[in-house]
Every structure is written in structure tokens, then in C-alpha cells.
Design a protein around this ligand. Structure first.
Ligand code: NAD
Length: 270
């Protein structure tokens, strides 16, 4: 990891779905930049606690909180516990997300509802609670120029259609418009809202796309930059977006994708 600059000193950051993958890397990077970090998890208590202990071992402050982001009561309690632990909340990274893939004719209503429930309704519940808490604590004593900042974890599939993954692509397409509309709604009061759109990042969610040599070779054809992304690639972008360095950035999606969204099929003249 690069040398830290304490860019999130005195901030309280809540990262959903941070017991694994991209969320874990973001929680660790934000703690490394001085933030007190709430590690939210849905089921893997052991991994969440291990991360909290690692952060504390490095001199940071962290607690783990179990909550399902698609459940209203859980999300309200998650924010209550964040404020009980650290007194405020400044950065909310709505990272939790899932895939339940199927072709349209085989996709069950449950596959559809579960993915929309976590990936899109989860964004709504977390952002609504974040805005309420940012408003309640006001700008007084805020560690940043903004009153608070929300980062929604989107995907290149907010832009790139994805056959066989209609629930997932629809949820991420929804995240794009959610972020832009909310950013427009709350900008005047000093709240920033942005999204990050990762390309192919090496995490448990897409294991089958990188775990064999053949799969990885096929995947790399889609990535002009020629390598799969690491969770830390996304974490560094999230730290920057959360910090005052990005104070004038709101309502945008930052693609962290090695060029995956650049229509790589057109490299050789289409
Ligand atoms: P991951 O499976 O390691 O992480 C997802 C996390 O969300 C897990 O820790 C999981 O337990 C948690 N989660 C799932 N449902 C939850 C719920 N209801 N409540 C709380 N937590 C819940 O995979 P990842 O790649 O780290 O995914 C993180 C985010 O990045 C997701 O939103 C995903 O869509 C997005 N993303 C990932 C990639 C990639 O290539 N890995 C690409 C684009 C977008």
C-alpha cells in the first residue's frame, strides 16, 4: 500500500458489505487514512471481526456491525450503532452487492427481487439514512468541507448491457440514475453523492471469471489495460472520492475498469 497521508483524519466511515472483496479493501484503506471505520457484514462475522482486529492492530479504530442492507430496520440500526460507537458519520460507502444470474426465461421472481433488494433498494435505504444523519449533525464539527459524502458501488454494468444478468445490470443502471438524482437533490446543503464503477476486480463475486487460465484469458480480452483489477485499485479511488481532494466532485461515476467500458472490440477498427 502507498504511504498514507491521513486524508480522512477524524472522519467516521461506514462501509457496507466490508467483510470481503472490495468493501474490505476500502475499509482497510480508509482506516489507514485515519478514519474510524464501521465494518458492516451480513453473515461472515469471523471475517468482519478479523478485519476489525487488523485495523485496531495497526492503530486504527473500528467496529463490526451485522446488518442486511435490504432491510429497513437493519439499516436504521446500523446507523444507530455507528453513531453510538463513534459519535457521528461522515462517509457512507454503499458497497454491498450480489449477483443471481439466469437467462430471462429461467430467472425466478426471487432472483430478481433479491438482487434489486440488495443492489438498489439497499442503496436507497443507506443513502436515506445517511442524508438524515448528515442533516441531524449539521456542518458544525465536520472533519471535511462537505457535510457528508456517499459513495455508491456501481459497476461497468451501469453502462454495459449484460445478457444473462438482467437483474444485476438493471440494478446498477438504477444506481447510476439514483446517484445523479440524489446528488442534484442534496448538493445545495453540502452533501456529495458519487458512484464508483469497477470493471473486473478479483473478488469472490466473479471467481469463475478469473480462477482458471482459460477464463482469465477470455476476460483479459475485455480489458484494454491488460490486467484484472485488484480491490485496492477501487479502494484508492474510494479514499480520494471521500476526501476533500474531491470536494468539487458530485453526481458522477468514476470508472475504475482498466478501460473495460471503452468498447474494446473496436480496438482493431471494429
Ligand atoms: P463480494 O462478494 O466479496 O462482496 C460483496 C459483499 O456484500 C459481501 O461481503 C457480502 O457479504 C455483502 N452483502 C451481500 N448482501 C448483503 C446484504 N444484504 N447486506 C449486507 N451485506 C451484504 O464481491 P465484491 O466484488 O467485493 O463486490 C462489492 C461490490 O462491488 C458489489 O456491489 C458489486 O456489485 C460491485 N462490483 C464488483 C465487481 C467485481 O469485479 N468484483 C465489478 C463491478 C462491481
Amino acid at each position: 500500500m502507498p504511504a498514507y497521508a491521513n486524508r480522512l483524519e477524524n472522519h467516521v466511515a461506514l462501509v457496507t458489505g466490508s467483510s470481503s472483496g472490495i468493501g474490505l479493501a476500502i475499509a482497510e484503506a480508509m482506516a489507514g487514512e485515519g478514519a474510524s471505520v464501521v465494518v458492516n457484514y451480513r453473515s461472515d462475522e469471523q471475517a468482519a471481526n478479523a478485519l476489525v482486529e487488523r485495523i485496531k492492530g495497526n492503530g486504527g479504530r473500528s467496529v463490526a456491525v451485522k446488518a442486511d442492507v435490504s432491510e429497513e430496520e437493519d439499516v436504521i440500526r446500523l446507523f444507530d450503532e455507528t453513531i453510538a460507537a463513534f459519535g457521528r458519520v461522515d462517509v457512507v460507502v454503499s458497497n454491498a452487492g450480489i449477483q443471481k444470474d439466469a437467462a430471462i426465461a429461467e430467472m425466478t421472481l426471487q432472483d430478481w427481487n433479491t438482487v434489486i433488494g440488495v443492489n438498489l433498494t439497499g442503496q436507497f435505504l443507506c443513502a436515506r439514512e445517511a442524508v438524515r444523519r448528515f442533516r441531524a449533525q449539521g456542518r458544525e464539527g465536520a472533519p471535511a468541507r462537505s457535510k457528508g459524502t456517499i459513495i455508491a458501488m456501481s459497476s461497468v454494468h451501469e453502462l454495459i448491457p449484460w445478457a444473462g444478468h438482467i437483474n444485476y445490470a438493471s440494478s446498477k443502471g438504477g444506481v447510476r440514475m439514483f446517484v445523479q438524482s440524489l446528488a442534484q437533490e442534496v448538493a445545495a446543503e453540502g452533501i456529495r453523492v458519487n458512484a464508483i464503477a469497477p470493471g473486473a476486480i478479483k473478488t469472490p463475486i466473479n471467481k469463475e471469471a478469473w480462477e482458471t487460465e482459460d477464463a482469465l484469458e477470455a476476460l483479459l480480452k475485455l480489458i484494454p489495460y491488460g490486467r484484472i483489477g485488484e480491490p485496492q485499485d477501487v479502494a484508492r479511488a474510494a479514499v480520494w472520492l471521500a476526501s476533500d481532494e474531491a470536494d468539487y466532485v458530485t453526481g458522477t461515476t468514476l470508472f475504475v475498469d482498466g478501460g473495460m467500458s471503452l468498447y474494446p472490440e473496436f480496438r482493431d477498427n471494429g
